[in-house]
Design a protein around this ligand. Sequence first.
Ligand code: NAD
Length: 271
Amino acid sequence: MTEPLRIGILGASGRMGRALIEASFRTPSLDLKAAVERAGSAALGTDAGALVGAPACGVAVTDSLSTVLPDIAVVIDFTSPASTLAALEHCMASGRGIVIGTTGFSVEQKDRIQEAARIIPVCMAANYSIGVNVCLHLLEIAAQSLARGYDVEIVETHHRHKVDAPSGTALAMGEAVAKALGRDLRSHAVYGREGLTGPRDPNTIGFATVRGGDVVGDHTVMFLGEGERVEISHRATNRANFANGALRAAAWLSGRAPGLYSMRDVLELHA
Ligand code: NAD
């Protein structure tokens, strides 16, 4: 029988960290060996199981990644850009692979991640949802087949606390469609309409945003033609979808050659 993959979670007491701990407990092929938090975190010393209301698992939250790295095969990081960069140095020094879920890196920080990927395997994705990544792939296929005679509109809905619009995922969907159609999203996107707008320019890609309640994240891309409409939709109901995708990425990354990989590689969506 193959040994379970030994993983460590960085940002263990955060929203994603907890979702990852819960998801790892549901995945027998993974063995949670380390839970790391920032120095000063109230979670230090707590058993990782207790963080998610599960029985104790014998892994106490620590602030020292370097101490626990020998026990881990792959690190999963959902923290902040500065802490991801610090963790990268430790992973490079010990030859460990890393799944990066953290977002918001500067260009310089992304360059450093590229450099690290020459030495260790790194998987990085702004959205680890398996469903969203499959949708992005389906959108490319749909856009190629529906390039003429179909108008593209993207509608997204999120909870009332979200402060940016459209969502990063809606923009990624727009990019996927624009790329497949050979258009530049920056010059073809229309963000909302009001007043006397005139007839629709067929080359545009429209975005509409709905905000309210506790919606985790709904996205629908419509291809509107004469007499028919194709819709590709994704609905997230909780953070488990990101956690499951990141754990799948960790399993895929284990034993890989150094390189910078994406969820597209993990899900083999290149065809
Ligand atoms: P959060 O604030 O709830 O959790 C972050 C955790 O990281 C906190 O508990 C914090 O104490 C911890 N942390 C900070 N510095 C640390 C360090 N040096 N070592 C260890 N732990 C440290 O945030 P969140 O909602 O869990 O999101 C975390 C990151 O993941 C954000 O960048 C977010 O945008 C990103 N995210 C990505 C995806 C995806 O699919 N790629 C999905 C959700 C969130």
